[in-house]
Design a binder for this molecule. Structure first.
Ligand SMILES: O=C(CO)[C@@H](O)[C@H](O)COP(=O)(O)O
Length: 219
């Protein structure tokens, strides 16, 4: 199975984001950019000006994860800034399908994120409009949390639905992904993996990316 490894910049040094991108160049597939507004989640990170500048510092595809209220207002700007994939939370969007169409119209992939306590079923029928389904394996808002294995039930259900509908969509997991948890996530059906602490907490982030990929691909 071909997998995507997406290091999360949330675990990197925000004073040296370009260096963090360079540290995984050639080893990561995407760069996961966590945008938080201190409204949808109780944390505040980077926004569109930083992402726009960072876009000039690396050619890694940006996997932008919007943990914000009113994603309709901001998501198009990330697509226009050159993001590869723009994921917004189902819990925050007024019309997820319409926003997905807008993002695709701007040349970006559209992603739908499901937080820890949100049921997946109400959103399954929307998946044909999306390129990525991001299932949180922690509660969105902070890195370094413990992986919640019970949330893999949502990953398994999503994989069954994707397979039965022959959908062309990446199934991404985010939160607590490490060498101890990635195999279970891959076995559940995930094929894209966000990893913050496991990558940027490692002495060699690129080697960490390669080890995570090798383990996920071996499943
Ligand atoms: O979106 C988030 C946090 O809300 C994630 O992207 C975390 O940044 C992942 O960090 P680790 O759990 O891998 O340390």
């Amino acid at each position: 199975m071909s997998v995507i490894i997406a290091p999360s910049l949330l675990a990197a040094d925000f004073a040296h984001l370009a260096d963090a991108a360079a540290a995984v160049h050639g080893a990561a597939d995407w760069l996961h950019v966590d945008v938080m507004d201190n409204h949808f989640v109780p944390n505040l990170t980077i926004g569109l000006p930083v992402v726009t500048s960072l876009r000039r510092a690396t050619d890694l595809p940006f996997d932008v994860h919007l943990m914000i209220e009113a994603p309709e207002r901001w998501a198009p700007g990330y697509a226009e800034a050159g993001a590869y994939n723009v994921t917004f939370h189902a819990e925050a969007a007024e019309d997820p399908v319409e926003l997905a169409k807008t993002l695709r119209g701007l040349g970006a992939k559209a992603g739908l994120a499901i937080d820890k306590d949100t049921l997946l079923d109400p959103y399954l029928d929307l998946l044909p409009h999306f390129d990525t389904l991001l299932i949180m394996t922690i509660k969105a808002g902070f890195g370094g949390q413990a992986f919640v294995p019970e949330l893999l039930d949502k990953v398994r259900a999503a994989r069954r639905h994707i397979a039965s509908g022959h959908l062309d969509i990446r199934l991404e997991v985010d939160g607590g992904v490490s060498m101890d948890t990635i195999a279970a996530a891959a076995e559940a059906g995930a094929d894209a993996f966000v990893a913050g602490t496991a990558v940027y907490g490692a002495a060699d982030p690129a080697a960490a990316c390669r080890a995570l990929r090798a383990l996920a691909e071996s499943i």
